[in-house]
Design a binder for this molecule. Structure first.
Ligand code: LLP
Length: 434
């Protein structure tokens, strides 16, 4: 399930002692497990045996070059949402011709770049975008492969900020008007209809919404197949991961102990429910998982700076902050926090775990029960592999964190901590201020 566990008193990633990594590279540092990513990828792929399934990793979850290379080696293509992401795929030495380009605001430059690099398809979100892609393709003298993102109006029962498949979201074309949108696409001389796409939202823990959406879309998919020779259906991303009891969820016994109703969405459950619906469609199936592949494969290491004992509350002040991992501040997301050195003989501590940034929102956990830890000791924020580093900022002029990749007993720095010089390198004071 994942490869983070205590061996004796010490938290390890695969066979690497995380405190050693923290001492060597400092903190805050993201550490990723290559084995966990590989297992997640293989499990998901296997769960769709019987359909012609292709995984386009939604790299917005984690786009560090080494992670992209690792996933490309495993056989993944990519779901990109900007020219920058597309260029990262190229920089990682991976192939763009099996990847897709999503997003509601593609610019002319981005479209031209994707065409030049022979993108597999654009996921089109609106009629004006369709017209623009046709225009740019015409100028380049090529036909642009497209799929229309259809909004199936299905409730994904997830956080409001990460639900996307309801009709009041900005995403996609409503199901009712989708046939007309395809008619319009067919009339454009420089477009080639390739597929149809949906994405319901993120961190879905139940397969129900996927089933509902695919059932709703099936007549349309079959119709488009007859009319336009539709090549593929993309079911989007959205498979959730375990955030509570994140450490325990690495053990097989933990999974076995969960009742079927409480068991988080597993690839096996996803496949079992979806394969019978997807197979009869007789088209290629694309999946765009982000979080599922990398979420539980990463932790954020942080050092305890102070334990501030207040009148009503304790504050554990650590050296990671909302600029490094914004999910708790932005979505009230829960992340488990554990000491790198576990000592069950120590008393418990109930504290808010906070960073040094000057905002009350800079809080990783409220009233969290932890083992007593003191200055200079390390903690790990778990399940931080997805939407961690990619959403980081330099707020409070804090440099971007370091990143390390572990494989078995070896590990490598895949991004050094940003230096102050690099942080300000592009800035200029104009002559009129001198
Ligand atoms: N495909 C499309 C079209 C998407 O918009 C997304 C995510 C994905 C695939 C991948 O979804 P995933 O498999 O990772 O759930 N920053 C938020 C999540 C935002 C997701 C945006 N779209 C968070 O930290 O929870």
């Amino acid at each position: 399930m994942h490869h983070f566990r205590y061996v004796g008193h010490n938290l390890q990633c695969e066979s690497v002692d995380l405190a050693e990594v923290a001492r060597l590279y400092g903190t805050p540092t993201y550490v990723y497990s290559a084995g966990t990513i590989a297992d997640n990828y293989t499990r998901l792929k296997k769960s769709l045996d019987g359909v012609d399934a292709h995984i386009c990793y939604a790299m917005k979850a984690n786009s560090t070059l080494a992670i992209l290379r690792h996933l490309a080696n495993l056989g993944a293509a990519f779901d990109v949402v900007s020219g920058g992401e597309l260029r990262r795929v190229l920089a990682a030495g991976a192939d763009v011709s099996t990847s897709v380009f999503a997003g509601v605001g593609k610019t002319e430059e981005e479209i031209a770049l994707a065409l030049k690099e022979k993108i597999y398809a654009f996921h089109v979100e609106s009629e004006p975008e369709m017209a623009r892609i046709n225009h740019v393709a015409g100028k380049a003298g090529v036909r642009a492969p497209i799929a229309i993102r259809v909004n199936p109006d299905v409730d994904a029962h997830t956080h409001a900020k990460i639900t996307t498949g309801k009709s009041d979201n900005k995403f996609g074309v409503p199901l009712k008007v989708a046939p007309l949108a395809y008619e319009a696409a067919a009339k454009y001389p420089n477009l080639q209809i390739k597929g149809i796409q949906i994405h319901l939202g993120s961190q879905l823990t139940d397969v129900g919404p996927f089933v509902e959406a695919i059932k709703k879309l099936t007549p349309l998919i079959l119709d488009l197949k007859t009319k336009y020779g539709l090549e593929y259906f993309s079911s989007g991303g959205g498979m959730g991961v375990v955030y509570r009891e994140a450490l325990a969820s690495g053990a097989t016994e933990w999974w076995d102990a969960q009742s079927a109703a409480q068991r988080p969405l597993t690839p096996e459950a996803y496949g079992a429910a979806l394969v019978p619906l997807l197979k009869p469609l007789g088209v290629k199936v694309l999946l765009e998982p982000g979080r599922f592949l990398v979420g539980n494969a990463g932790v954020l290491l942080s050092r305890v700076e102070y334990l501030k004992r207040g009148q009503n509350k304790n504050f554990l002040i650590v050296d990671a902050a909302m600029n490094d991992l914004v999910r708790p501040a932005m979505y009230d997301a829960y992340h488990e926090i554990v000491p790198l050195h576990r000592d069950t003989s120590r008393p418990a501590l109930v504290a808010d775990v906070v960073g040094p940034v000057c905002e009350s929102g800079d809080c990783f956990a409220k009233d969290r029960q932890l083992q007593q830890v003191g200055e200079g000791e390390y903690v790990a924020v778990l399940s931080a592999g997805a939407y961690g580093f990619t959403m980081a900022s330099r707020y409070n002029s804090r440099p971007l964190a370091a990143e390390v990749l572990v494989k078995g007993s070896i590990y490598e720095l895949i991004r050094p901590r940003e230096t102050f010089e690099v942080m300000i390198a592009g800035e200029r004071v104009p002559p009129f201020l001198k």
